[in-house]
Every structure is written in C-alpha cells, then in structure tokens.
Design a binder for this molecule. Sequence first.
Ligand code: HEM
Length: 486
Amino acid sequence: MSTPSEALPTAPPAALREIDDLPHPAGLPWLGNTLQIDKPHVHQQVEGWARRYGDFFTISIGGHRLLVIADHKAMGAVLRDRPEGFRRTPRFASIAREIGLGAGVFGAEGEVWKRQRRMVMAGFDPRHLRAYFPSLVRVCDRLEGRWKRAAASGQTIDLQADLMRFTVDAISGLAFGAEVNTLESDDDIIQRHLDKIFPAMFRRLFAPFATWRWYRTRADRELDASVVKVNAAIDGFVAAARQRLEADPARRAAPANLLEAMIVAADDPGSGITEGEVSGNVMTMLLAGEDTTANTLAWAIWLLFTHPESLAKARAEIDAVAGDPSTWTHERFAEMHWLEACANETMRLKPVAPSLTLQCLRDTTVADIRVPAGTLVFLALRSDSLLEEYFARAKQFDPQRWLQPDNGPNASSANRVSMPFGAGPRVCPGRHLAMLEMKMALATLIGRFDIERVGTAAGSEPDERMSFAMGPAGLSMRLVPRRRPV
Ligand code: HEM
C-alpha cells in the first residue's frame, strides 16, 4: 500500500482553452465572416477552414460568433448531451414559426420535445413499417410506371424532382394513411409547395438581416401561399384520420399509421399534446422525409452509375435476393447488405446534412474548450469522414468498407465517424424507413432498367448545393427498359 507521500504523481489537469483564444478566419469588423459565407457551399467552406485552422475554431456570422467543431468525438459528445446540454437554435424555431410551420418534434425542446419524441417513436415502431410494406411496393410500382413512360418516349428525367415525388408519396402513406399520388399527377401537387419551404428556411437562417419583415419579395409571397396550401392539405389528412377513427373505434387500440397514433395520443386527457402539435408533426414528417431521402438517393444513383462494378454487384444482389417486385418482402430487403453498404458509403461521402448548428444551454466543456451557456456551435459533421486517418482511400466510393470480408454487415466504429443521421437522443427517427425506401427505389431502378446516362448537362461532377439539405445540382437521367428482364 502506498502512503500519501509515495502516491504516484498524477498529471495536472490539462488547462482549458477559452473560445476567445481559438483561431478564426479573418473577417470584417462587426460583419465578421458574414459576407464571405458562400451559402450554397457553406459546408465545404467550413471543412476547408477546418483543414487550415484545426478541429476547433470560430466564425462570425450576422453578429453571432459560432464555435466550429470538426472532430467527430467532440461532435458525438455534443449530440449526446441533449436535450439538457444543447438545443437546436432558437433562430431555427422562430423562423419556422414565422413561416407558419406548426410545432413538431424537429424544432421542439426540453419536456415538449420528450413528449413529442415518445409519440413519434411509437409511430416508427418496426411493426408499422412491416405493415406498410405493401403500400411502399405500390409507390415503387408507380415510380416504375413513370420511368417506363419516360424510357418509352426517350424523355430525359429530372432525377431529383422524380425522387421527391417518390419520397412524398412514400412518407404520406406511412405517416398519414393517405394515398398522395404525386408520381402520377402533374397538377397542383403538394410537393411543389413543400419544395418552397426548405429553401426559404435556409435562406432566412443565413440572412444577415430579416428583410422579409419589411419588404416581401415575390419569393416571400409564393412561400406564404405554399404554406397555406400545405397546411390545408395537412388539415385534410387530420380530418380524414379522425373520420377513420370515429367510423372504426377499434382502430384506436391499433392505429394504422403515425397520424392515427398521434391523434389517439393527443386525445388522451393527460397527454399534454395539442391539436397544433399533431399538425406540426405531420408537416415535420413531410419536410424531414422528403429532400433528405430523395437527395441521398440521387447521390447514390450518380455514384453507382459512375462506379460500374458496384452497380453490377447491386444488380446481382437485387436479382438474387429481391427478385420480381410481385414477390418482394420486407425480410428480403433486410438481407440486402450490398445495397445498404452503397447507401452508407453514399452518406459518408455525400451526407445531405453535412452540418448541424446547436446552442449550448449551460456552461460546459467540449474537448479542452470552455463553452459558456448560449454559445452557438456549428458541427461540421462530414469533416472526419473524408480523412485518410479514419477511412483508407477516403475520397473513393468503396461500399465494401461497410462489409465484413464475408460480405456480412460490418457494425464497426465507422458508424461513429460518419454520422449522416446525427447521433444521440435526437438521432433521426426516420432512418430505418429512409434506408428501406432507398433500397426499394434502387431495386426498382437497377432491377427494371438499364441506365443510359446520369449526369449534369456539362458532364462535370455535380455541384454539392446546400438548400437546407445538401443535394447534387442539375442531375438528369436517361433510361431504357432492362434488356434482360429478371
Ligand atoms: C436519408 C434520409 C435522411 C437523413 C440523411 C436524415 C438525417 C437527419 C439528421 C441529420 C437529423 C438530425 C439528427 C440530430 O439532431 O442528431 C434528422 C432528424 C430528424 N429526422 Fe431525419 N433524415 C432522413 C430521413 C428522414 C425521414 C424519412 C423522416 C421521417 C419521415 C425523418 C424524420 C426526422 C425527424 C422527425 C427528425 C427530428 C428528430 C428530433 O429532433 O428528435 N428523417 N434527420
């Protein structure tokens, strides 16, 4: 036993750094880096600064200083310290409110978030996903029909627009039990209105001045009109779901979709969930499930087209495991490890949420930095995923890195470096649905068609364009029916 005088010397606690001491890219007085920010490419710009200034530095936008974190371990710690330690930014919540979006789980905080998250997670129960599988197959069938018509007429497909129709139809069925059919309609479709909302939120989040409060541009007026239309559609979904529950009270014990589950929960006198929160979460699901999944799919299709060996392996797996769409099952899609690896690799290289901005709620430390309550924190989520330190040949598309040598799934630490769905208690609740949708859309495309071309008009690599979700700019696709059908 050692006496106190013999005790081993312990290392003195490492000195904490202050935010003021961190490096920062030079900016202008008061305006800081505001005018330097290239909004559509802000993620790449911040990643570039991280290479220059390290994993922790500050930037200043619109009079606010942000602590940028590019180290995945520190980002993971921040994401896990929610809802008590960090929140989404109040600016996000106020802009969403001002646009006319109801209060949903994405923007909620504290106890309200806990209540809503419980309700939403019940709706994403895997049993619901399994029950919903046949209607996802129907949506894939409509996607195939749309692409067959385009192939027959030699028409060039606007890839992202079609994929957004697919994701809106898919999420509407699961979440609301509504057969929204944007794939077979070119009318005043809900998706055209939804598409105005995210870009507007993104513009306003980064705007140095709230110009829309004193002068409404045409884009602002169009946005208002679109929000009115989408809210009216949501009121329709809620009314229809209420009618179904009234007509068949037994559904209350086993709600068939997320919306019915939310209404049942809201009707419980002790729930604390308001009618506004129900509608707010309908809107949240529509918005959170559309661009994210569609953009990831667009990137995946482009990456597979430009990597023919990976595409051939995907086709072989689709033929061997999924088979003809009339025989598709939920279980078979769970076995499609190569397609899942392709999706994981796509999201490592091209995450549609390459950054998240949060606000610190209490004085804390992140790594060796003292972070006072109120600090805004910009998480450069993709930064480490592109480094050789964590991924060999990091810039290359190599789905095999997500598999064991025997091609079984590889639940390695790669998941903790690449965080396309976020992490911690607020990790994306739609991730399993998104993965299933993506595998099914890829099986429809690769199993039924030969891809003649996917690319930009200029033939160059697509620009990574942030508009709330990061997507490829200007991708179009040409298809022909598969020459040797399954
Ligand atoms: C490839 C597709 C998708 C990607 C990459 C994605 C990514 C993300 C990310 C990065 C977050 C933030 C997580 C965090 O703060 O830690 C998030 C949150 C969320 N996502 Fe997704 N998402 C996808 C699809 C979906 C779908 C299909 C839905 C629902 C239909 C959905 C619903 C949500 C909701 C409700 C939240 C907020 C959760 C909360 O704050 O508690 N997402 N998603």
